[in-house]
Write a protein that binds this ligand. Sequence first.
Ligand SMILES: [Zn+2]
Length: 150
Amino acid sequence: MKKKITTFGLMILLTLSYSITAFAAVKTMPDGQKFDPVYYAEQNEDVVKAVGKTEEALYKHYVDYGKAEGRLPYKDAPKPETKKSDNTTTVTKSTDTKAATTNNTSQKVYITKTGKCYHNAGCSSLKKSKIETTLDEAKKKGLTACKNCH
Ligand SMILES: [Zn+2]
C-alpha cells in the first residue's frame, strides 16, 4: 500500500514538473540525474522508434542503455567518462615514473672492478670494466661519485 502511494506521488510530481517545463529542456529526475527528454528524443531517433516519445520511456532507456552507450542525457552534459578514466591512468603512470627517477636509491650507476667511484653510463672511466648497480648499493660499498661524470 505504501509503495502505491509513493509511486502515485511521484507520478503527480513528474506530471507537474513536466507540464511546467515541457519545453524548458533540462530537468532533474527523482534520482538526481539531469535529463532532457526533448533533446534526448531529438538526438536518438532510433530510441524514439523503439520506446516512443514519452519522458518516462526515454529516461528509462537512458538509465538502462543510453548511459552505457555514451548517449548524452541533455545538451551540455559532460561527455561519457570512459576516456576520462584512461587519462587518469596515464597521469598516474607518468607520476610514478617521475617518482622512480627522482628516487635516488634505485637510480642506476656503474662501477668498476677496482675503482672507488661510481659513474654515469657514458663515463670514460668505464672503458675497462662496467658493472651495473644502483646508487644505493654503490654508497653501501663506500664508493663516491666520480668527479669526471658527476
Ligand atoms: Zn665517472
